[in-house]
Ligand binder design. Structure first.
Ligand code: MG
Length: 398
């Protein structure tokens, strides 16, 4: 039996149905830098999300890390799994608050695209290298990737995403950089807020990394349950789990505690944000963006507990000597690569040399340094290590 071929729906799909009045509506989107016909089978924000998933920068997140270096073990989070966790938390929150779920997911999936190899250590050292050339900021780099660096589409550079996605990706920005960004930078100069979808994704990011760093830190043996019991947020859930399941094997207990910590944070966030939104009663997205402060967030108590957890992680995990050794190596690798390429751009692969030339033409003072920063920032952890070997190890093949 033959079946008739399916036809694509002709009406434009949107994700606007059932949204709160202050949610971001794609029917009110400020659109894309290059105008394109509306998609037939999906919404505009879905198209943004799909372009991010198909980008090269997104795929490279698989081999980039935040705390642990990629080859240290298969069980550790990478920036890819982190981004997926942030998307999961963002979507759950957006749905409950009747905000735009697809836009939150899109921003979450893209939020770490501009990160360098070797986590925060990589970003700090690349920023130092770029000190005389306008600095380096991973947030701005994410924007650079989606606006310029991805070369996939015939009609435009970058991914040509909607204003609302781009706004959500740019979490912070200095005034001097904001001045160069036109409409997108305006909110930083006027001290306004982004839409609620961007605001909530920011918190979802924090919830995700604090909790998975505990999980990864325990697995690596860098921190212990006893140490963590000095942190109120952990201790509360540890006590509850041990009381209910005194014989639970440690691995399962850790997962159960972390699951409950995420739940406690999300529940607090939802409750506090619902109250704040009720009180502020914004009538539109415009009302939200005019505020001096975000309209979603944790209660004071949860914020204080989160702060305590962050301090614990900084002291005991991020500054652990084993993590610090890797951080120190990362700094050497990135600094050495940057200096080598700046002194002798002919060491770069041909397409990177071309990229440098085109940036130099636009800006002779900083163009080549920016091109090198683009190249290094795009590297995965293992690619950066290999590139270092290829350039500095005499016995290594090029
Ligand atoms: Mg993140």
């Amino acid at each position: 039996m033959t079946t008739a071929p399916k036809t694509h729906p002709t009406s434009k799909q949107t994700s606007d149905d059932g949204l709160a009045p202050y949610a971001t509506r794609e029917s009110q989107s400020r659109g894309r830098l290059v105008s394109e016909p509306a998609p037939n089978t999906r919404s505009e924000f879905q198209r943004d999300r799909d372009r991010i998933v198909h980008s090269g920068a997104f795929r490279r997140l698989e081999y980039k890390t935040q705390v642990f270096v990629n080859h240290e073990g298969d069980m550790f989070r990478t920036r890819l799994t982190h981004s997926i966790e942030v998307a999961q938390i963002s979507r759950s929150i957006a749905r409950v608050l009747n905000l735009n779920e697809v836009l939150s997911e899109t921003i979450a999936l893209a939020h770490d695209l501009g990160h360098t190899p070797f986590g925060h250590a990589g970003q700090d050292i690349l920023n130092e290298c770029m000190n005389d050339y306008g600095g380096f900021e991973h947030n701005l780099q994410s924007l650079r990737i989606i606006d310029e660096l991805e070369e996939k589409y015939a009609d435009f550079n970058g991914l040509n995403l909607t204003f609302e996605t781009r706004e959500g990706i740019l979490k912070h920005c200095s005034n001097s950089n904001a001045k160069k960004l036109g409409e997108l930078g305006q909110r930083f100069l006027e001290k306004r807020q982004p839409g609620l979808e961007a605001q909530l994704t920011n918190i979802a990011d924090e919830i995700a990394y604090n909790n998975h760093d505990i999980d990864d830190g325990l697995r690596a043996g860098l921190i212990s349950i006893d140490d963590l019991c000095s942190v109120k947020l952990f201790k509360q859930q540890h006590k509850a789990v041990m009381k209910k399941y005194p014989k639970l094997p440690e691995k399962r207990a850790i997962h159960e505690i972390i699951r409950r910590m995420i739940n406690a944070q999300v529940s607090d966030f939802l409750q506090t944000s619902t109250q704040t939104l009720l009180k502020a009663a914004p009538q539109s997205r415009e009302d939200v963006t005019q505020q001096q402060q975000p309209l979603v967030g944790f209660s004071d108590e949860m914020r204080a507990m989160n702060q305590e957890l962050k301090q614990f992680l900084r002291r005991n995990l991020y500054r652990h000597y084993r993590v610090h050794r890797m951080t120190a190596k990362a700094a050497i690798i990135i600094r050495s690569l940057f200096d080598a390429f700046l002194n002798d751009p002919l060491l770069l692969p041909p397409e990177q040399q071309q990229h440098l030339h085109s940036l130099e033409e636009k800006d002779p003072d900083t163009g080549s340094a920016r091109g090198i920063a683009d190249y290094i920032a795009g590297m995965t952890d293992r690619y950066a290590i290999r590139e270092y070997e290829r350039i500095f190890n005499a016995t290594e093949l090029t």
